[in-house]
Design a protein. Structure first.
Length: 262
């Protein structure tokens, strides 16, 4: 529960509002009915779910895209929590544990290993090079930081792919449905008076897949942009903590080790 509350605090208010609006809209839409082709009170009513089923087998890949996008969003929401990437008490705790380069080195390394998170792995690489020059420490931190940044960006490509592929699948389903609708309406065996209703029914059913594709793609694109911005912010904070680490242990100030021997 504590991790969940921290996660919710990390999510901006506008994103929470957008998610609530989307859920409420989906619930309201699911409770509405769509009239089937007909006139007056005798027209058959169709539920929102039944309308979606009119998309036929094109709804299967769109549904899989929605599940994939949802899985990535949930996974990234937990993985990109600030407390999971840069715990607020990490550096103060390290300074209290790792006071002397020789006697406390093992304790400092163990502290970083136990606090398994991106900033601890970056700092761990720096501690291993503290006996060398400041340039070597900075290079080790930079290399480890680049590796951690690639982990922060993990699965974002999948989310971007969902945002791009879902509307294309919807459009493909619509084009296929339009072809089928015009083919049925142009059948010489169909009564002329029935061609208009048949064509109208085929067109609105064909548009269901486009609607479904956009419904999946828009939230995926919103979260993709949100995660991109959050990752950039986390990268900046990792750099700030890394600079503070180098200045504290290599700058020769209070609590530092002074100039290291190469």
């Amino acid at each position: 529960m504590r991790q969940l509350s921290r996660t919710l605090r990390d999510v901006p208010v506008w994103l929470v509002v957008a998610a609530v609006v989307a859920v409420v809209g989906a619930v309201c839409a699911a409770q509405t009915t769509v009239p089937a082709p007909g006139v007056g009170e005798t027209a058959e009513k169709m539920s929102f779910l039944e309308l979606l089923l009119k998309g036929r087998w094109f709804m299967v890949p769109i549904g899989l895209c929605s599940l994939l996008g949802l899985a990535v969003i949930i996974e990234r929401l937990f993985a990109l929590r600030r407390g999971a990437v840069i715990p607020a008490d990490f550096l103060p705790g390290l300074k209290g544990t790792f006071r002397h380069e020789s006697s406390d080195r093992k304790a400092g390394l163990e502290y970083c290993r136990l606090r398994d998170c991106p900033i601890s792995r970056v700092t761990l690489a720096g501690i291993r090079k503290l006996h060398r020059s400041e340039e070597a420490v900075e290079q080790a931190i930079e290399d480890a930081g680049g590796h951690e940044v690639s982990k922060l960006r993990r699965n974002l490509g999948l989310l971007q792919a969902v945002a791009a592929v879902a509307p294309m699948l919807g459009l493909l389903g619509t084009v296929w449905g339009m072809i089928d609708a015009f083919q049925v309406a142009s059948d010489p065996g169909v009564d002329v008076t029935n061609r208009g209703p048949l064509l109208g029914k085929g067109i609105y059913e064909a548009l269901v897949t486009t609607f479904a594709g956009l419904t999946v793609a828009i939230p995926a694109l919103i979260f993709y942009s949100f995660f991109r911005g959050k990752i950039e912010k986390l990268i900046t904070e990792i750099n700030e903590v890394s600079v503070e680490f180098v200045e504290h242990y290599m700058g020769g100030g209070e609590g530092g080790f002074g100039d290291a021997n190469p």
